[in-house]
Design a protein around this ligand. Structure first.
Ligand code: ADP
Length: 455
């Protein structure tokens, strides 16, 4: 097992990784930017080292500083968390070259899944259904129009290097496509450093269902159940749950099987998530694989009792997976992402000082956070300040506990997404389990200025 793990991240995920290390008896080294001197991960780690100025490119994305710190502090492994360097094959390779274990998949697997157009092609060859669309990347407007003739409209132009719900454009007609293609390419180049685009049919009311997998590099690839992440705003997840409500056992089995196959095809090792869109009761389509731990991993942990971050570390240390092939879900779990954003003002970021912070508790409630009373949220990073996870014996109990928890959660000084979540939890369609990726747009009345109605 490792002696010391450096956590190349910040926020709640850095805290989460520190806790997993401590449970395993491993020492921890935090890194932080000048904007994070007072951060909780800095306080909780055994050691902490400042790696640069606030801008992420000068600190949390600065590979030489991170590697030098790992060497200086004698860390034998690096956990990248999610975001920042987590899906950077180059970083994983440098770790390897420096004889520091990267707690994640091999660089080749990150690389293969990193280009979404290429991944799509690879999955199709492996017999996994993908959304109808271009076989691979689409070179120019003429090629896009040709694809559209078979796919039809509406269609979606996606950036091959895209992520985080960005780099997507819905196109309604050939006239739209002409302007949109060039603009999407420019946007993708600016945002992701690659102008490569591909096309998918735009599904009107799919669900986003993803499968958590663990692979130990010794031929054991296990699907740890599914999560429904259909409650999104602008293609970004806000509320996730496990298991996916109303899924037939047959479709569930097909999803798990497809996920294991996807991971096997790319020689995957460690924890990963295979994402699908599901249409109706029968159709599943691969959309991408995230080659890291996900924000929403706790819902899977709550229903399976598996500590996924601990498993990541054990796999990276060369341990064999010791899990049953069939993992059963117990009860139901829901996660609400609490962002420092004002839902009444179109989810405008609301950084600043948290003047009061009283997290909820009680049966079935888990809170993952790096925030505390007096903490100032820096404006440089993402706006996630806490995740509330509610577990219940069934979905109704999980919903009731989540409503209780969010009602208790007192966060002063900033605006948060709590009122938005309460509105979703109270929605009759959500309660019936009727969810799809455009649920928020269709069912949640955010009011003229994006204001949620009072519950
Ligand atoms: P990212 O990597 O940016 O997260 P994904 O490909 O995973 O992008 O898609 C994110 C979300 O965008 C999905 O959960 C879904 O809501 C929406 N989406 C993606 N592809 C399609 C599609 N073909 N049709 C309809 N919605 C889609």
């Amino acid at each position: 097992m490792f002696n010391k793990v450096l956590i190349a991240n910040r926020g709640e995920i850095a805290v989460r990784v520190i806790r997993a290390c401590r449970d395993l008896g491993i020492r921890t080294a935090a890194v932080y930017s000048e904007a994070d001197r007072d951060a909780l991960h800095v306080r909780l780690a055994d050691e902490a080292f400042c790696i640069g100025p606030p801008a992420a490119r000068d600190s949390y994305l600065h590979i030489p500083n991170i590697i030098a710190t790992a060497e200086l502090l004698g860390a034998d492994a690096i956990h990248p968390g999610y975001g920042f360097l987590a899906e950077n094959p180059h970083f994983a390779e440098i770790c390897q070259d420096c004889k520091i274990t990267f707690i994640g998949p091999p660089p080749e697997a990150i690389h293969k899944m990193g280009n979404k157009a290429a991944a799509r092609q690879m999955m199709r060859k492996a017999g996994i259904p993908v959304v109808p669309g271009s076989p691979g990347p689409v070179r120019d407007e003429a090629a896009a129009l040709a694809v559209a003739r078979t796919t039809g409209y509406p269609l979606l132009i996606k950036a091959a290097a895209g992520g985080g719900g960005r780099g997507m454009r819905v196109v309604q007609s050939p006239a739209d496509l002409r302007g949109a293609f060039a603009a999407a390419g420019q946007e993708a180049a600016a945002a992701f450093g690659s102008a490569e685009l591909y096309i998918e049919k735009y599904l009107t009311e799919p669900r986003h269902i993803e499968v958590q997998i663990l692979a130990d590099g010794r031929g054991n690839v296990v699907a740890i159940g599914e999560r429904d992440c259909s409650i999104q705003r602008r293609h970004q997840k806000l509320l996730e749950e496990s298991p996916a409500v109303g899924l037939s056992p047959r479709l569930r089995r097909a999803l798990l099987r497809a996920a294991v196959r996807a991971a096997t095809v790319v020689g995957y090792v460690n924890a990963g998530t295979v994402e699908f869109l599901v249409e109706g009761t029968n159709h599943l389509y691969f959309i991408e694989m995230n080659t890291r731990i996900q924000v929403e991993h706790p819902v899977t942990e709550m229903v399976t009792n598996i500590d996924l971050v601990k498993e990541q570390i054990k796999i990276a240390a060369g341990e064999r997976l010791s899990l049953p092939r069939e993992i059963e879900a117990h009860g139901h779990a829901i996660e609400c992402r609490i962002n420092a954003e004002d839902p009444a003002r179109d989810f405008l970021p609301s950084p600043g000082q948290i003047t009061a912070f009283i997290p909820p508790g009680g049966p079935g409630i888990r809170v993952e956070t790096h925030a505390f009373t007096g903490y100032t949220i820096p404006p440089y990073y993402d706006s996630l300040i806490a995740k509330v996870i509610a577990w219940g014996r069934d979905r109704d109990e999980a919903i009731a506990r989540m409503r209780r928890a969010l009602g208790e959660f007192d966060i002063g000084g900033i605006q948060t997404t709590i009122p938005f979540h309460l509105q979703v939890l109270d929605n009759a369609f959500f309660r019936k389990g009727e969810v799809y990726v455009n649920f928020v747009q269709r069912r949640i009345d955010l009011g003229p200025a994006g204001r949620p109605r009072s519950a």
